[in-house]
Write a protein that binds this ligand. Sequence first.
Ligand SMILES: Nc1ncnc2c1ncn2[C@@H]1O[C@H](COP(=O)(O)OP(=O)(O)O)[C@@H](O)[C@H]1O
Ligand SMILES: [Mg+2]
Length: 240
Amino acid sequence: MSEELVLKIEGLHVYYGAIHAIKGIDVKVPKGKIITLIGANGAGKTTTLSTIAGLVKAKSGKVIFKGRDITNRPAHLVNKMGIALVPEGRRIFPGLTVYENLMMGAYNRKDREEVEKDLEWIFELFPRLKERLKQLGGTLSGGEQQMLAISRALMSRPRLLMMDEPSLGLAPILVEEVFDVIKKINQEGTTILLVEQNALGALKISHYGYVLETGSIVLEGPSKELLKNDMVRKAYLGVA
Ligand SMILES: Nc1ncnc2c1ncn2[C@@H]1O[C@H](COP(=O)(O)OP(=O)(O)O)[C@@H](O)[C@H]1O
Ligand SMILES: [Mg+2]
């Protein structure tokens, strides 16, 4: 059985000077799925997403997007091809309104009617944003800023949505809301690569997971199985 892959990473190595941050990882992201990369602080999660996004250079290995080799292409081209990144720490534009922030996500698009439709879709996903369209991004709560950052990425109508620790620093009730909305975005057709330290939340909503430790994948499998795995339970789920 062959499944259509949106993204394939093969034997990827990334260095920061002498620091070997990614040590030959292989990752597959099939179309229509949520794939998660879990790991502790410093494991190499952000580096992996940054390399896919063209923000950090691969030393060797390949990044294949929809069958095309995009290794080390510049970030704006990668984005234009259909890969959107919601960076760690929800970097929205604080001095722009919610509406302007959303439109920044659509700046590459010329299909105005479709953009309007996507706005309506986003208002359904995040009714709170619709009520705050004229409010400055910087005045939103942390949770609302995360919703805005995700929405802005969706406004580019990505073929692959990458999210870097979307639950980080949010109150527990909002953490649940963010995971729920990620699941919903996926159910409505978007392929997602989700990076998280919150292993429980990420494994609960994803189809397949990879465990990253100091730049190497030490374990992978269907998320349901990882949730039952002893090593994962001890090291990442805090279960004795
Ligand atoms: N800009 C950088 N310069 C040098 N080392 C870095 C840089 N960014 C990350 N690193 C190092 O690379 C490793 C992986 O970091 P990172 O990808 O940020 O991990 P994670 O996102 O899993 O916390 C760490 O050892 C980190 O210190
Ligand atoms: Mg990180």
